[in-house]
Design a protein around this ligand. Structure first.
Ligand code: HEM
Length: 207
């Protein structure tokens, strides 16, 4: 399981290293700042969807390994979100905070992205065992914020693209499917589906 956790760690770190390398090597196009901003944003969204897919996957396969990396992937989601924000502040705003007000008026979707990031921050800081114990039942309630965060990120992205909706639609569809899998009736049905090899194993045993 340690190897599994390390593999996930390296896999999540690789995109960052690759894009940083591309920028350092001058392979990131005419606007490396924009290149980093967009890639970090997309990566954060993909990681968010992956994090949300772990519980249904665990129910379906009954493999506990998916649960073991849930917190790690959640923290990576937040980290790429922070990298995305940092790219915006550094390369788009040029750390000129006096221009922030005008930019927010021109691109209100930034406020939506910011709200999503604040929610991801709340989830990241309370994702440890100590907070789980302290918050008790409220912990679960608080962590439902992840669904609102996903909706906000999709809205944020929708606002950015508008013209070419292909990619956005794919992410939105994935988000909708993951939400549907959370509906108690569907979630319970998912838990009852036995993985194929489980069926084979039980058939062998009964013979
Ligand atoms: C303070 C928070 C945030 C700021 C300031 C911000 C800023 C931006 C900006 C300026 C763009 C548009 C770039 C352009 O087309 O010119 C963008 C796009 C995007 N952002 Fe954010 N964002 C924030 C939060 C987030 C979060 C939390 C996520 C995901 C978890 C996210 C995901 C995306 C995605 C997927 C895109 C579209 C990328 C593409 O078109 O390929 N953003 N963001």
């Amino acid at each position: 399981m340690r190897l599994w956790r390390c593999t996930v760690f390296v896999a999540a770190l690789l995109p960052f290293l690759w894009w940083a390398w591309q920028v350092a090597a001058g392979q990131a196009g005419p606007e490396p700042g924009q290149y980093l901003l967009l890639n970090f944003g997309q990566c954060a969204l993909i990681l968010l969807l992956l994090t949300l897919s772990l519980t249904p996957l665990m129910k379906l396969t009954r493999w506990k390994g998916f649960a073991l990396i849930r917190r790690q992937l959640g923290l990576w989601t937040f980290s790429y979100g922070v990298l995305h924000l940092t790219s915006y502040l550094l390369f788009i705003l040029g750390l000129d905070f006096s221009a922030l007000g005008a930019d927010l008026q021109r691109r209100p979707y930034i406020i939506v992205g910011f709200a999503a990031l604040v929610m991801l921050l709340a989830l990241a800081v309370t994702s440890n065992r100590y907070s789980m114990k302290r918050l008790g039942k409220r912990w679960k309630f608080l962590h439902r914020l992840v669904y609102i965060a996903l909706a906000l990120v999709l809205l944020h992205f929708f606002w950015v693209v508008r013209a070419d909706m292909g990619q956005w639609s794919a992410y939105a569809l994935a988000g909708v499917v993951l939400m549907l899998l959370r509906i108690p009736v569907i979630s319970r049905a998912l838990g009852r589906i036995r993985p194929r090899h489980g069926r084979v194993a039980s058939t062998h045993r009964s013979r």
